[in-house]
Design a protein around this ligand. Structure first.
Ligand code: SF4
Length: 370
């Protein structure tokens, strides 16, 4: 694209953005901390979903200091339902570093930002451009789609190596005088005009520069490589009761859903019944013998890379002292305490049923020793 065309495109985009931008809370501030939090939340989640989380989170943790001093449990609880929990754990780790090594101020240079946990090119570029007016181009899914259509780029957007290609194009196009607004305008354009299906080309401020529009090929871009179908795992979990309390376990702090609480159980092996799997998993992971009772419900849940189908059983503690092999921690809680703990989305699909059933205390009297 010629330099005069790029200039004209930036101008049209800027004019449209100043007129049509959505008034979002993170656009009312230049506080690098708040912009950082918003970008971390927005990285894999839609704006409408992020809005209530952002407001609750920034009220509870208004600055780096408060976030660094908070417990991981309270952060995960505030993040509960937003998904991709590694983002929350990394925010916490990064806040501790910024607080102890940088006087609580987020750095305004790319290398130092990238060195923080969870800060990749997207977050670093977004914070630098929006909070510090530094000329770094942001490339997310929306920007890739706009660029792919504008310039009919046939690099598959879901191929990991494509980021470099799109980043180079975005850098060329970037408005060096207002990089923050330019980046936000590109993301906004992708979110509300150049949508993945039915782009509103008639209302698009850059349609006169768009090759896909010119050739009527909007639907052919962006190009994607076909993904393999996601597997479904069959899981059995137990609501293990003893003396009116129920057993919950905590996942290890790193990895998938790390640090969240859940009901004990695991994958059903081939040839095994869900009841047998529930009993075996709880023995293996907790060293507890249980009786598996009534089948309470079956729930299905989709994560980004796989799906789960979960059989939930009402179980009674029978024997044994807890010895953890897998989970990081455990608690025997009363049902009324359940909302104090952060659970993954799949568990939230049957927790209301447990509350509704008000599971009665089991006949066992004593709690197991730790
Ligand atoms: Fe997207 Fe249409 Fe605008 Fe091109 S003209 S950038 S396809 S909305």
């Amino acid at each position: 694209m010629a330099s005069t065309t790029r200039k004209a495109l930036r101008k049209s985009l800027a004019r449209w953005f100043s007129r049509s931008r959505r008034e979002l809370p993170w656009r009312q501030t230049r506080d690098p901390y708040r912009i950082w939090v918003s970008e971390v939340m927005l990285q894999q989640t839609q704006v409408q979903t992020v809005l209530p989380y952002y407001s609750k989170f920034t009220k509870r943790f208004p600055n780096v200091e408060s976030l660094s001093e908070a417990s991981l449990d309270s952060i995960l609880k505030s993040w509960e339902g937003l998904g991709y929990y590694a983002r929350a754990r990394n925010l916490h780790r990064a806040a501790k570093i910024v607080s102890s090594e940088m006087d609580g101020n987020l750095p305004d240079n790319y290398e130092a930002l990238r060195a923080l946990p969870g800060v990749g090119d997207y977050i670093a570029s977004a914070v630098l451009s929006v909070a510090f007016d530094r000329a770094y181009a942001v490339v997310d899914g929306n920007v890739k789609r706009v660029l792919a259509r504008l310039l009919t780029i046939d690099e598959p957007v879901n191929k990991s190596s494509s980021s470099k290609v799109f980043k180079a194009v975005a850098e060329q196009l970037l408005d060096g005088e207002s990089p923050g607004d330019f980046n936000q305008a590109m993301m906004e354009l992708g979110a509300i005009v150049c949508r993945s299906s039915k782009p509103n080309c008639a209302a698009c401020p850059v349609n006169k520069f768009c090759k896909a529009f010119e050739t009527g090929m909007q639907d052919a871009f962006p190009v994607r490589i076909r993904k393999r179908p996601v597997p479904t795992y069959h899981i059995a979990v137990g609501v293990v009761r003893r003396s009116g309390r129920i057993l919950i376990t905590r996942r290890k702090p790193t990895g998938f859903l790390g640090g969240l609480w859940e009901f004990p159980g695991g994958k059903v092996k081939p040839g095994e019944s869900p009841e047998e799997a529930c009993k075996r998993e709880i023995k293996e992971e907790m060293n507890l013998s249980i009786d598996v009772g009534k089948h309470l419900t079956k729930v299905k849940h989709a994560y980004s890379h796989f799906k789960v189908s979960i059989d939930v059983f009402d179980c009674r503690y029978r024997a044994g002292s807890v010895r953890l092999n897998g989970p990081e921690d455990y608690r025997w809680i009363v049902l009324e305490e359940i909302d104090d703990y952060a659970f993954p989305g799949a568990n939230h699909k049957f927790i209301p049923l447990l509350k509704e059933k008000k599971l009665s205390p089991s006949s066992n009297k004593e709690l197991p020793k730790a």
